[in-house]
Design a protein around this ligand. Structure first.
Ligand code: AMP
Length: 191
């Protein structure tokens, strides 16, 4: 099994690239953001509890996303591995994932970090706001907060990846195809 963390700030292209990488390498795409939005759309109790936090661009509690990921890992068959998109977002989540995978005789194989400058991120998020229909994309103040939360709580996970020798920096500026090619070059070294 191959387990890849797709990493980078909001708007860096994690979701877009994860979908095509998952297809190419027969990986299950696990996006905690998508899972949480599905809970919201279905009107579940959990969705209702998380709605305000997500609308503000804050992080939902670690135990919520850790449980979601564990459920998916345990209910999946027929895949060559997993591509994690938007998870882990805190060092605690990263440690929980490492333990969870270790308990199942797996590990984090690569952490691919999409590097995109702030000006480009803001530009992309503005464009995405026009098509995504996401409440947290519509408000510039919420977008700024998401980038700040990324810097404060999520970026420290990069150090975790460095220590685990899985960190790879990827130039996240260019065409979608160019960036896809750069990501594949890295993944091909471990497949
Ligand atoms: P995303 O689609 O990955 O940008 O996630 C949208 C929102 O869902 C985030 O701004 C958070 O409020 C919440 N969220 C998604 N993944 C996580 C996570 N791993 N930890 C905490 N909150 C998350």
């Amino acid at each position: 099994m191959v387990n890849i963390l797709m990493f980078g700030p909001p708007g860096s292209g994690k979701g877009t690239q994860s979908v095509t990488l998952a297809e190419k390498y027969n990986l299950l795409h696990l996006s905690t953001g998508d899972m949480l939005r599905a809970e919201l759309a279905a009107g579940t109790e959990l969705g209702k509890r998380m709605e305000k936090i997500m609308a503000a661009g804050e992080l939902v509690p670690d135990d919520v996303v850790i449980a979601m990921i564990a459920n998916k890992i345990d209910s999946t068959t027929g895949k060559a591995g997993f591509i994690f998109d938007g998870f882990p977002r805190t060092v605690e989540q990263a440690e929980a994932l490492q333990t969870m995978l270790g308990d199942r005789s797996m590990k984090i194989d690569q952490m691919l970090v999409l590097e995109v400058n702030d000006a480009e991120l803001m530009e992309r998020m503005k464009k995405r706001a026009q098509i995504s229909g996401r409440a947290d994309d519509a408000d510039p103040a919420v977008i700024n907060n998401r980038i700040e939360v990324y810097r404060a709580k999520t970026e420290p996970v990069i150090d975790f990846g460095r220590k685990a020798s899985v960190y790879r920096s990827i130039d996240g500026v260019g065409s979608i195809d160019e960036i896809f090619g750069r990501l594949c070059d890295h993944i091909d070294t471990i497949i």
